[in-house]
Design a protein around this ligand. Structure first.
Ligand code: CP
Ligand code: NVA
Length: 302
């Protein structure tokens, strides 16, 4: 098993399925009022360099439910925010706590923490990746569709962190993935390279309509990610046609589900009517962040 979760491609198919199986059983135990506390006495440090609702609350609550505690550390309040090197922060935290979750900009910061801390490091979102989100997404797809392998997932929008991780995660578990992005907003080159090994199971197009044809799962994300606020106006124009709406759902498979990592911008990447019609699954997806991350923490930190 893995030592860290720095990016989606750290996980093999059997790693992902083991995490999802444990997450399912933890969810059931929690609902039955019978949870286990495998991380009693342990502490997770959570470093945030960007805003968060779901990631912060689900990690903090999850750690408490596992019997441990979590520390919320805003990067601007840490000495890191005043220039203390990551390798020193990592070695200090490694002496106090049992695991680190970090949400930051550069993927290399996560890799550095993992290299120097001597304890498990979990990526809570970088500009490149959002593995915890995709574990929750796969858990939700399996809950609602009963399987993963063979399903077709369509992603429409920006080839960002969520898109990168979705492509890697879905291909790894045997799904087909069709991505529609405007020219110049493709997924990361490493992800396109990764996808090459999966042949026809991966498709990159510019037409959302083409990507959505026969899809079992439709996914989108914001047009401007955290850190891209200055580009918002320009992006509104570029992405105007990259929306999940009723016309797009009409070409997907009957019974297709819609996922959104949230926060959502109604009228931009998704229409309000589609969002509300699929709110049930979208909020299951948000809930599953908690269960999937508890499984990751238990596996890495027990
Ligand atoms: N989806 C997600 O990561 O949400 P937050 O930004 O609220 O953590
Ligand atoms: N792509 C978005 C995801 C937010 C959870 C961002 O990075 O802001």
């Amino acid at each position: 098993m893995i030592k860290h979760l720095t990016k989606m491609s750290d996980l093999s198919k059997s790693d992902i399925l083991a995490i999802l199986d444990l997450a399912d059983s933890m969810k059931a135990a929690q609902k039955a009022g019978n949870p286990k506390e495998p991380l009693k006495g342990k502490t997770l440090a959570m470093i945030f360099q960007k805003a968060s609702t779901r990631t912060r609350v689900s990690f903090e609550t999850g750690m408490y439910q596992l019997g441990g505690q979590a520390l919320f550390l805003s990067a601007s309040d840490l000495q890191m925010g005043r220039g203390e090197p990551i390798e020193d922060t990592a070695r200090v935290l490694g002496r106090y706590v049992d695991g680190i979750m970090i949400r930051t900009f550069a993927q290399s910061d996560v890799e550095e923490l993992a290299k120097w801390s001597g304890i498990p490091v979990i990526n809570g979102l970088t500009d490149y990746d959002h593995p915890c989100q995709i574990l929750a997404d796969l858990m939700t797809i399996r809950e609602h569709k009963g399987k993963l392998a063979g399903l077709k997932l369509c992603y429409v929008g920006d080839g960002n962190n969520v898109c990168n991780s979705l492509v890697v995660g879905c291909l790894t578990v045997g799904m087909k993935v069709s991505v529609a992005v405007p020219k110049g907003h493709e997924p990361h080159a490493d992800v396109l390279e990764f996808a090459k090994a999966y042949g026809d199971a991966f498709e990159l197009v510019t037409s959302p309509h083409d990507a959505a044809k026969g899809a079992d799962v439709l996914v989108t994300d914001v047009w401007a990610s955290m850190g891209q606020e200055a580009e918002t106006v320009a992006r509104m124009k570029v992405f105007a046609n990259y929306q999940i709406n009723a016309e797009l759902l009409a070409v997907a498979n009957p019974g297709a589900i819609v996922l959104h990592c949230l926060p959502a911008h109604r009228g931009e990447e998704i229409t309000a009517d589609v969002f509300e019609a699929h709110a049930n699954v979208i909020f299951d997806e948000a809930e599953n962040r908690l269960h999937a991350q508890k499984a990751v923490m238990a596996i890495l930190m027990e």
